[in-house]
Ligand binder design. Sequence first.
Ligand code: URA
Length: 434
Amino acid sequence: MRMYDIIMKKRNGGELSKEEIDFFIEGYTKGEIPDYQVSALMMAIYFQKMTEQETYNLTMAMADSGDRLDLSAIQGIKVDKHSTGGVGDKTSLALTPMVAACGIPVAKMSGRGLGHTGGTIDKLESFDGFTTGLTTERFIENVNRIGIAIMGQTADLAPADKKLYALRDVTATVDNLSLIASSIMSKKLAAGADAIVLDVKTGSGAFMKRESEAKALAEEMVKIGKNAGRKTIAVISDMDQPLGFAVGNALEVKEAIETLKGNGPADFLELCLTLGSQMLIAGGRAESSAEAEEMLRAVIADGSALKKLAAFVEAQGGDSSAVYHPELLPRATIVRPVTAPESGYLTHIVCDEVGICSLILGGGRETKESEIDLSVGLMLCKKAGDYVEAGEPLAMIHANDEGKAAEAERRYLAACRILAEMPEKTPFIKGIIQ
Ligand code: URA
């Protein structure tokens, strides 16, 4: 078999066989097929697309390109959750203690972020001393003992995806439905959970800008999961504006803590309850969404979800006193408002742009080597649909540098549209694909 023939077949619109997909994934993982040939194939796939069968075969080839995590030593049905990502997405920080407090074991692999804010691991490092550098044995022991453990992605979990995703990132071939679906699902399948709940975002801050595209991606991933023998459910949610009010690492941790105390923003709480309900049903803890939601609200009300977060932070070396005293989390030295230039309805906040504001402030990584400033970011004061008076704050900027604060302020203002007409309200949860 020759890589040249595989590229040409796809370039001409042909369907690749399982053997051809296995050949290029194995060859690329081992370093036998060079980046330039795989880049050409990715671009051919981008234009010619992949069939459902090809997408499934690509997912399985990548899932089998390294180790698969064996979670059989963890008691109970393991339910994993994955978000396609967005601005202010701190869902794992609140959702995992909530479902763990309801008896679902959470054994999660998370990543660091490249882009506007850090990933879940970066955010958790806002707790002084927190580490995700656990051995597999300790990871499993922690899940059995306290119900949650999160560790960093090991090099050997779906290594083909790791190489391929990095290559797609620099060759403008990320945003292809089959490539995104197979990339996400290969990691989830290798991570070993019995059931997978996917949080697929749509809107100006998401990969999938249009709802129809998000739905197609969700359907593709659910099909892959089912064909691989895992119960898979996808929730489609709005990312046309930031999730909740906080954007930035420590600020998002604080908001997750507030949510676990019962003071969460409405959209963020709705997302945690919707995803959490699907996780409890998939994990056999609840029969219906209504029953699951009641259980999730109860663990917030009685403080057990917050306690679970503290136990988890402590078990991974972090200072859990910050869970009860969030003022101990990293704080920026400059806090100043971005004020509305006129009165009216805030009809739209360009979500990607808010992410870029956070990046400018130092809250994200431009390159893999960049250091993150955990303390900086933005706290939104108004969300799309709210009325604002001229001179009222639209958001508070948290910064450690005057110049960066001024640049973020300019950009944030440009991202906000204020009109006289009240905008139409759209549902936050767009659908659930079973
Ligand atoms: N997230 C992934 O893990 N892979 C993609 O291709 C896109 C988003």
